[in-house]
Write a protein that binds this ligand. Sequence first.
Ligand SMILES: [Zn+2]
Length: 266
Amino acid sequence: MAVFSPDELGRYARHIMLKEIGGAGQQKLKAARIALVGMGGLGAPAGLYLAGAGVGGLRLIDDDRVSLSNLQRQVLYRSGDMGRLKVQAGAEALRALNPHVALEAAPVRLTAENAAGLLAGVDVVLDGSDSFATRHCVNHAAHAGGVTLVSGAVGRFSGQVGVFASGRTRGFAPAQRLPCYACFAPLAPETEETCAQMGIIGALTGIIGSMMALEAIKVVTGAGVGLSGRVLVYDGLAAQCRTVALPVDPACPVCGVATEDHAPSH
Ligand SMILES: [Zn+2]
């Protein structure tokens, strides 16, 4: 078990005093490796909170560059970052926030071909990407690799967060399994709208991105009741929140019984 330096003890003092986290939970955070897919409106606040929380390693995955219209919500970047790769500017900002975090920058778009490699060695992946194709690639790799997926999505004034730990229950009896993202969102819509087409209120991405960070911290430390098997839907205009239970789809093409391969790796 790693020994915390005086600097770390000072930084994490408010975590360590929480009985749900404590010194043991802080050690788990330091030992954790988390990947962030998409360093936009969700990945930016999530990255800040995870780095501040003392997660030992963060892998930032995004091929995009910072543009003027990003600055309204992507709180990781400054005006002077315009034109820079998000993973580069982001890693720099997170390193400045907490030098104890090992940062890896992957300036690539996650695809079916590279997903397994990009998620290798991580405990949790946060998906804040804006494309259904990417979301399904992340889910597939997370399920196959036994990585817990924390998924967030936003549009206009509302958003949702879900935790999918199907990869941790691979090979279990059907009744003991947890759903994957594809059980929840089996079909990609024919036309998908992005923030560029429908608009998004900046503060909402901060709320959903922060919820993703909190769920990831809960997954790592075991604190509280996780969102696994449920999706939380937040309506910012109405100021209302609800959670919806998600059943496992036995016919799911990703985690269903027909896809049974081998024993779980975790
Ligand atoms: Zn599934």
